[in-house]
Design a protein around this ligand. Structure first.
Ligand SMILES: Nc1ncnc2c1ncn2[C@@H]1O[C@H](COP(=O)(O)OP(=O)(O)OP(=O)(O)O)[C@@H](O)[C@H]1O
Ligand SMILES: [Mg+2]
Length: 264
């Protein structure tokens, strides 16, 4: 048997290229991309608009197939030619920029929908949805409609939905991009708390430098199109981090470095 060199690896992106075919010709979105996501880490993808962050996340989620190269989840290749290994993606939850809740379902039923699809009984779904509402801080809103919640609360509900079936990996594409700065800071704290409480592997996309440095164990910096990883930066601050970590000189140094790299 081969020794598994990536035993500590939740997702492995190796030699990945992604090209989209369009009527106007091919668009190269990602090139020569290698990134092992470690089990249990909080990785943040940062880069300018259009550099391929969403594409990289969708490749990890199995929503796109690489043009060449390999994507592995838990040591299993996601694709066998054009066929996706659905068992490998079953272990991932995805949160998009918009909360994407079904308006005709209550918050509780939205959160429990993946459990219903997995055949869980109504009673157990209810219990799990309530527990998740507590975890993400919207207890008491289980019976409300999505339109009755604020943007931040809807985003909490969509995080709860992604956590409902207890996936080991959470992929998040600018989940707080539509929120005001104060709500966003609060959500960053909440997400850190949830991550510590659940010990998930998280990959989050953002183009906010302070958000990236606040949340990440590692910031993965992508260049403009075609996207390429230009640097991976370890963020050393102890957990849990408080909002005032942003005032520390070392935080500023890392943020300034990232800003400089993004501008040049
Ligand atoms: N389905 C698609 N068909 C054609 N081109 C695409 C498709 N998806 C993405 N692209 C192109 O690939 C490039 C990378 O797009 P992507 O959405 O990954 O960028 P991004 O880094 O997430 O940008 P943003 O920060 O604005 O969300 C862009 O040039 C985009 O136009
Ligand atoms: Mg995007």
């Amino acid at each position: 048997m081969m020794v598994d060199a990536d035993a500590g690896c939740a997702i492995r992106i190796a030699g990945v290229e992604k090209q989209f075919e369009t009527p106007q010709g091919p668009i190269r979105a990602l090139t020569r991309t290698n990134f092992p996501v470690r089990k249990g880490e909080f990785a943040v993808l940062l880069g300018p608009s259009g550099c391929g962050k969403t594409t990289m996340l969708r490749l990890m989620a199995g929503l796109e197939r690489p043009t060449s190269g390999v994507v592995e989840v838990g040591g299993r290749p996601l694709w066998h030619d054009e066929r996706r290994d659905d068992g490998a993606v079953a272990n991932m939850g995805v949160v998009f920029q918009e909360a994407n809740l079904f308006p005709w379902l209550t918050i509780e039923d939205n959160i429990a929908l993946p459990l219903k699809l997995r055949g869980m009984t109504r009673k157990l779904r209810r219990e799990r949805a309530r527990e998740l509402c507590r975890l993400v801080g919207i207890a008491g809103f289980e019976a409300r409609w999505p339109r009755e919640l604020s943007g931040g609360m809807r985003q909490r509900a969509s995080i709860a939905r992604a956590l409902s079936y207890d996936p080991e990996i959470l992929l998040m594409d600018e989940p707080f991009g539509a929120l005001d700065a104060i709500t966003r800071d609060a959500m960053n704290l909440e997400l850190q708390r949830i991550w510590i409480a659940t010990s998930k592997t998280i990959v989050l996309v953002t183009h906010s430098i302070p958000e990236a440095v606040f949340l990440a164990d590692r910031v993965v910096l992508l260049s403009s199109r075609p996207g390429r990883i230009v640097e991976i930066i370890d963020v050393p601050f102890a957990r849990p981090r408080e909002t005032d970590v942003r005032g520390q000189p070392e935080f500023q140094e890392i943020a300034d470095h990232l800003r400089h790299r993004l501008e040049h």
